[in-house]
Write a protein that binds this ligand. Structure first.
Ligand code: GLC
Length: 741
């Protein structure tokens, strides 16, 4: 008996010695592990979790063996390694990656399966690069075609953006890599982004600018959110009590971590009390520069610790921040089951190609496309050869491979000549005016001379990733194509009318030549495989199936954001005049930039429909090399709402994919409502002659608007219409129905 007792006591003693702490027990529930780790940490260790320790990392808890968090841009692929304490690249030899298409291209596929494939693929590359947080996707709303970063976002409609963001987030996070959905919220332009205070109605906020973020959190399960640089209600988004505590963490139940945009934190007390969890940064508290490694000066570093020690931040807040950061670490760096990942694989290249294929939008075609072989082809335009993964700001990528349009078109057709036609200068910092006009004139003359001797001209121009084009930190300065392209296109057409426009851009732009050109393809930045996608659409190997995720106005004034003058875009300075300002802003920026979203809820097609200002090409528009016939639509109550059905047939002779769209409109409401709003879409593949029945369910939520008086969502009884269409204006069935009391 004695022996038995002795051995039992030894057993318990030894098990006590070898008992794994809960936080290290991979089989314990995650929340138990988080609470156990939290209970073991000191205040200093908790504070360390909440601020940067290098340009792209924040601390773990070394004493407990809890690893750091490593973050990386960006939404389109994993950015090259950056130095510890400045924005310079580390020039590694092992960090080149796959560049996936820009998110505005992903949106143009209107295919959630592509979003899932995207998230899986980019997540594997991030995991392989040992990143725990990928800083994307961006779901800010395309309010104006002047915004330099629209290419990183998913268009003008919050439903499309949200539905397309969810699979990307879900599949990304299955790799043990957190999405960091950005930029929360109302960062819808780059001009004055650091401080502009956006004045927007609660209706527009809740109906237009928040839904994609809300879906990303509630359906996507995003593990982190990035606070935007700008202000709302005159308080910085990165420590905005209503935005972060009330809406994000309160109403939406977000359990992840709020991370600032880099340098987006401006106040310790607000950061401590208003829901910020990790401060990342370019600079610190203004007293030190990044070169001094001022990470202990960060607002959520020593100043935050001092505030806690002074008794001004209660434990529940300190623990909530630390708990959220620990949860993020346990979901990523501490996840022992996460895959190893990989990069630049044939599978990832195939994914990038497929997404690119499905993203290209055919805007016009008189029959010249698909282009038959055997022609003497002249390719004109800098974007046919320029590596468009360079520049653009934080989404810039160092690619292992890059197939240019010229390379792919040459491989597809053989007999191809090239003329650049215009130059745009250095990536990112190049400006149109840095190229002497004589150089542009000469390039244009060379291209026109060659065009006269070609059977067909393929023009591959558009915007690019230079400043004041599709580029972070600056907005466009003109709605027209830059670098003299309109003149070049006109002169080319004069000598050869057989021209295919195959432009690349992340934005809409003016098309003064649209009536003269036989065909127009509209592509965003497609990354590594972009040229191959473009060539395959031109040759007909791929039947284009993309549709516009944003409207293309005829002229800028036709866009809602530009119908109310400067107050609405780009904003104005509410500070006293320069003479009265104490010191003023040395860069000439406004001291108190304010902006009023005066088009309110009427963004994009909501504006064009309701104000009866036709877009040149409307939201949801895109052609195919085949034709789809929509049969008679029907609507029927289904107990909890209504079901809409419509047969769609491919009546042409090539297979293709059609994006069927459902819009809903309220005939009469107590408030102004758009004529119709997107409430459903489905992309279907159809062989020649094949018919499929597409069905949509309309729920009560689809009928609601945000009522500012009651601060709630309201559906008013009355008559509504369901619109089934091939675009927001190409409506094939209008189906009335009624919501009874
Ligand atoms: C930039 C961008 C943000 C990016 C971050 C880190 O300023 O606004 O999108 O993820 O800083 O590069």
């Amino acid at each position: 008996m004695k022996f038995l007792l002795l051995s039992l006591s030894l057993l318990t003693a030894s098990s006590a010695v070898t008992q794994t702490p809960i936080y290290l027990d991979v089989n314990a529930p995650l929340e138990d592990r988080v609470e156990d780790a939290l209970s073991r940490m000191t205040t200093k260790e908790k504070v360390a979790l909440s601020h940067a320790q290098s340009k792209f990392s924040s601390a773990g808890c070394e004493r407990l063996g809890i690893p750091e968090l490593w973050m990386s841009d960006g939404p389109h692929g994993v950015r090259a390694e950056i130095n510890w304490n400045d924005w310079g690249y580390s020039n590694w030899g092992s960090d080149s990656v796959t560049a996936f298409p820009a998110l505005t291209a992903l949106a143009a596929t209107w295919n959630p399966e592509m979003a899932a494939l995207y998230g899986k693929s980019v997540g594997e590359e991030a995991r392989y690069r040992e990143k725990d947080v990928l800083l994307g996707p961006g779901v800010n709303i395309y309010r104006t075609p002047m915004n330099g970063r629209n290419f990183e976002y998913m268009g003008e409609d919050p439903y499309l953006a949200g539905v397309m963001a969810v699979p990307y987030i879900q599949e990304l996070q299955k790799n043990g890599v957190a999405a960091c959905v950005k930029h929360f919220a109302l960062n819808d332009q780059e001009q004055w982004r650091g401080a502009v205070n956006v004045n927007v109605s609660d209706r527009a906020l809740y109906e237009i600018y928040l839904p994609a973020f809300k879906r990303a959190v509630q359906d996507g399960g995003a593990w982190s959110i990035m606070g935007a640089y700008n202000r709302i209600w005159n308080q910085h988004c990165c420590h905005n009590e209503r935005l972060l505590d009330d809406i994000l963490k309160g109403e939406w139940g977000f359990d992840g971590a709020v991370i600032t945009d880099w340098g987006g934190c401006h106040d310790t007390r607000e950061a401590a009390l208003n829901g910020l969890d990790i401060e990342m940064g370019s600079f610190t508290n203004g007293l030190t520069s990044e070169a001094d490694f001022g990470f202990n000066d960060y607002y959520l570093a020593d100043p935050y610790y001092n505030l806690i020690e002074a008794g001004e931040v209660n434990d529940s807040i300190v623990n909530d921040k630390a708990r959220r950061v620990l949860r993020l670490i346990f979901r990523t760096a501490m996840d022992q089951s996460k895959p190893f990942g990989n990069k630049c694989t044939p599978e990832h290249y195939a994914a990038a190609k497929q997404i690119g294929d499905e993203s290209i939008v055919l805007l016009k075609n008189n029959g010249i496309l698909p282009l038959a072989p055997g022609k003497r082809i002249l390719v004109v335009g800098e974007n046919a050869t320029r590596r468009l993964t360079d520049g653009g700001g934080s989404s810039e990528l160092k690619v292992k491979d890059y197939i240019s349009p010229l390379q792919a078109i040459t491989e597809a057709y053989g007999n191809v000549d090239y003329a650049m036609g215009y130059k745009s200068g250095r990536p990112m910092y190049g400006r149109a005016d840095e190229i002497p006009q004589a150089v542009q004139d000469s390039l244009r003359a060379q291209a026109v001379a060659k065009a006269a001797n070609a059977d067909v001209v393929i023009f591959v121009g558009g915007l690019n990733k230079n400043s004041f084009q599709d580029c972070e930190a600056t907005d466009r300065q003109s709605y027209n194509l830059p670098f003299g392209q309109d003149q070049l296109i006109e002169e080319l057409l004069a000598v050869n009318p057989n021209m295919i426009i195959a432009n690349i851009s992340g934005n809409a732009y003016a098309m003064p030549w649209i009536d003269k050109v036989p065909a127009v393809l509209h592509s965003s930045y497609l990354g590594t495989m972009g040229g191959a996608s473009m060539a395959d659409v031109i040759s007909g190997k791929v039947n284009p199936s993309g549709k516009l995720p944003y409207s293309i106005p005829v002229k800028l004034e036709d866009c809602g954001a530009h119908a109310f003058g400067e107050k609405s875009y780009p904003g104005y300075d509410a500070a006293p005049s320069a003479e009265e300002r104490p010191g003023g802003d040395v860069y000439g920026n406004p001291v108190d930039p304010q902006q009023d979203y005066m088009e309110d809820i009427l963004v994009g097609y909501r504006w064009h429909d309701t104000k009866k200002i036709p877009a040149l090409f409307p939201f949801g528009y895109g052609m195919s090399y085949t034709t789809y016939d929509y049969g008679k639509g029907s609507i029927a109550e289904n107990g909890s709402g209504w079901t809409v059905s419509v047969p769609v047939t491919n009546v042409g002779n090539v297979a293709g994919q059609e994006i069927v769209q459902l819009y809903v409109g309220d005939d009469k409401a107590s408030v102004l409502r758009p004529v119709k709003e997107l409430k459903g879409f489905e992309k279907i593949a159809l062989a020649p002659g094949e018919t499929k029945i597409v069905s949509f369910d309309i729920t009560m939520d689809d009928l609601k608007f945000y009522d500012e008086a009651s601060k709630s969502w309201v559906a008013e009884p009355g008559k509504f219409k369901a619109y089934v269409g091939a675009s927001s204006t190409d409506i094939r069935s209008t189906l009335p129905f009624e919501l009874k009391k």
